[in-house]
Design a protein around this ligand. Structure first.
Ligand SMILES: [Zn+2]
Ligand SMILES: [Zn+2]
Length: 270
């Protein structure tokens, strides 16, 4: 059905920015969900009609290959990156199956445009497959929280949706109320340097449950510097958690040519 896909994209564009009021927001959510049901699926990367990610584009997903920092998984860094060397993060380690570029980047971009019904289960399935190959002794998943105000304006927290699906797939419980973001930090793009980013987000999380002796895995869609995950881990460990690991769908490299040409993680989430 030629023409359908541009039409679908066009309808999505119409709804962009309509969700400032509760009614507009509900209208948008309902309409986009219906749209996903009635219009044919197309590949998120090459727009070919068929699956959410066609076989060609799936084989193009860029795996995060060694070497990477063994603490924060920063790509193409042997052993420890400079940032982890300067100040050790609070998590035990962070991992991601993919690098934040190419089709992995398209999938996360798609989450923003709210094909949530399809994108979230897809991301969760790939994370579940990764955890099956790389098992951890965890008691619960814990999504990286958004500030409640930001979650209300966006309508969802993609990390929480991914964590819920991941929990269904693996049977590992998910705790969505354990961590809370206490300060509505400005988006990380507006910060100048990695040092500023750390400053910006420090003490932004509080632990609101009994986590004594428990082992957690933090869930996020993408890891940019690792500082958000580290602050979440700090809050959990301060409250007595035994281990805190983190996993995200994709890990961003510390500035690459790719970021310069297309805009990094940050621009996506604005
Ligand atoms: Zn494709
Ligand atoms: Zn590192």
């Amino acid at each position: 059905m030629p023409g359908v896909i541009p039409a679908k994209a066009g309808i999505r564009r119409i709804f962009r920015g309509v969700d400032s009021s509760p009614v507009g927001h509900l209208l948008k959510k309902t309409s986009l969900a219906l749209l996903d049901l009635v219009l044919p699926e197309y590949c998120v990367v090459c727009k070919r009609e068929g699956n959410y990610l066609c076989a060609d584009c799936e084989s193009d997903l860029p795996p995060l290959r060694r070497p990477y920092c063994f603490l924060c998984a920063s790509p193409r860094v042997p052993q420890l990156c400079d940032s982890c060397r300067r100040s050790a993060p609070a998590f035990d380690s962070v991992r991601a199956p993919y690098e934040f570029r190419g089709s992995a980047r398209s999938i996360l971009h798609d989450l923003k445009y709210r094909r949530i019904r399809i994108a979230v289960p897809y991301v969760a399935r790939l994370l579940a497959a990764y955890l099956e190959r790389n098992p951890y002794p965890i008691d619960a998943f814990c999504p990286v929280p958004l500030h409640p105000r930001r979650e209300r304006s966006r309508g969802f927290n993609q990390s929480e949706l991914i964590a819920r699906d991941l929990s269904n797939l693996t049977g590992i419980p998910v705790e969505t109320d354990t961590l809370r973001r206490t300060r509505n930090t400005p988006p990380q793009v507006s910060m100048e340097s990695p040092g500023d980013r750390r400053l910006n987000i420090t003490d932004a999380f509080e632990c609101r449950a009994d986590v004594q002796g428990k082992r957690y895995m933090l869930i996020d869609d993408v890891v940019t510097t690792g500082s958000t995950m580290s602050d979440c881990a700090q809050a959990l460990k301060d409250a007595g958690a035994l281990n805190v690991w983190g996993i995200a769908f994709a890990r961003q490299a510390q500035r690459s040519a790719d970021d310069d040409s297309e805009g990094g993680v940050s621009r996506i989430w604005m």
